[in-house]
Design a protein around this ligand. Structure first.
Ligand SMILES: Nc1ncnc2c1ncn2[C@@H]1O[C@H](COP(=O)(O)OP(=O)(O)O)[C@@H](O)[C@H]1O
Ligand SMILES: [Mg+2]
Length: 375
């Protein structure tokens, strides 16, 4: 019996949970020529939502769809490389006409194209060092998208990363091209809400006011519970709904953590009980223990103390107050402040705003459980 809870890779339709409204909204935006900024905490389901949206018949049948994750990229050249490779690999199976156009328009990459001597099909072997004029190549890529035989949708995931490129003008450069496109819609996605909102909401920034915003929240509790119970049932395993609710609440509906837990619980192939669930979660934590210890070993004592204080609270606010510092035996407000800055930068902590108050939490919810157990 295949595990119905997918924890990576594409999720086939029957195993994809909900997101109906969000999918319909994306279809609507794109059909109405609007570009979109899609944000959410990490691992809430942005990438999966976009895959699902691309698979809808009104999208898959009408558009060329492209997706690049630029999280690991550190320069405009790398951005250009990822984008050109993605476009080529999506078009390659779609026939000769578009490939020929691609080869014709991307003149600056001339040296990276070849022909397979047997099949005569164009090949494309692009290396980072081959991109000597990233701005020219970028212009060609946009011209290609504009000339494509169908409208295009390009998703750039973890878009905030372009703010870290050494080139100064990347935002303005991209905006200039994107603004002129009539045949191509863009979805900018990412988890770093702070950087992204700064990019799209500041009047002085090139992307100001250029997109519709969409915040991806957790899946509705009742819908998720219903889905999970159905998946277990179809696999011949009865699960009490209360237990599904318990898992949802333990991770506050944060998709990846809920899903991983259900996945591992299902894999036990026994009637799920509270004890079995606890044991399953213990296994998840011990699988990650080595990695977590390594992460901890890179923190200073003050950083560790601040992190564990936040972990114990779950949601921590007013963390530099005397009360918080006393309660968790921390050293001083300035120590906490420095530690939090570092932990946010490393994305170990995250925060959200509630009525002007910053609420901090441990970004990795399994790490949070582990910290509470260990410290
Ligand atoms: N709608 C969904 N149905 C089933 N599983 C999902 C869904 N959305 C997310 N997941 C689970 O959560 C994990 C993280 O989702 P992902 O899209 O990679 O998050 P993000 O891109 O926001 O970091 C997926 O690998 C999958 O296990
Ligand atoms: Mg993602």
């Amino acid at each position: 019996m295949k595990n119905p809870f997918y924890i990576n890779g594409p999720i086939p339709e029957p195993y994809f949970c909900d997101r109906q409204q969000e999918t319909a909204r994306l279809v609507d935006y794109v059909q109405n020529q609007s570009d979109v900024l899609l944000t959410s905490p990490r691992r809430m389901g942005k990438t999966q939502l976009i895959r699902h949206f691309y698979a809808q018949p009104e999208i898959a049948g009408e558009y060329h769809t492209f997706y690049v994750d630029i999280y690991a990229s550190t320069s405009l050249s790398e951005f250009v490389m990822l984008l050109s490779k993605e476009i080529y690999s999506c078009l390659a199976p779609k026939g000769k006409q578009m490939i020929d156009l691609f080869v014709r328009v991307l003149k600056s990459l001339y040296g990276s194209f070849g022909y397979d001597p047997v099949t005569g099909i164009p090949t494309f072997d692009l290396k980072l060092g081959d991109i000597s004029r990233p701005e020219t190549t970028l212009e060609e890529i946009f011209r290609f998208l504009e000339d494509a035989d169908k409208p295009c949708i390009v998703t750039i995931d973890e878009f905030q990363q372009i703010g870290n490129y050494p080139e100064k003008n990347v935002e303005a450069l991209l905006r200039t091209y994107i603004q002129k496109m009539s045949n191509c819609r863009f979805i900018f996605a990412g988890s770093d809400r702070h950087s992204l909102e700064n990019m799209f909401n500041s009047p002085s920034k090139p992307f100001y006011n250029s997109v519709s915003h969409m915040y991806l929240d957790r899946i509705n509790r009742a819908v998720y519970i219903d889905f999970a119970a159905r998946m277990f049932n179809e696999g011949g395993i009865g699960i009490p709904e209360a237990l599904c609710g318990y898992v949802y609440d333990l991770f506050e509906g944060h998709t990846y953590y809920v899903h991983q837990t259900f996945h591992d619980l299902f894999a036990r192939h026994q009637e799920p009980t509270a004890e079995l669930l606890e044991d399953t979660i213990d296994h998840i934590l011990s699988d990650r223990e080595h990695y977590y210890m390594e992460q901890m070993s890179m923190l200073t004592l003050a950083q560790k103390e601040t992190l564990t204080a936040v972990a114990r609270e779950g949601d921590a606010s007013r963390i530099t107050s005397a009360a918080f510092i006393r309660k968790h035996s921390l050293q001083s407000a300035s120590m906490v402040q420095n530690s939090v800055r570092f932990l946010l930068e490393k994305q170990i902590l995250t925060y959200r705003q509630d009525k002007g108050v910053k609420i901090y939490s441990v970004a990795d919810r399994f790490l949070r459980l582990w910290l509470v157990k260990m410290y």
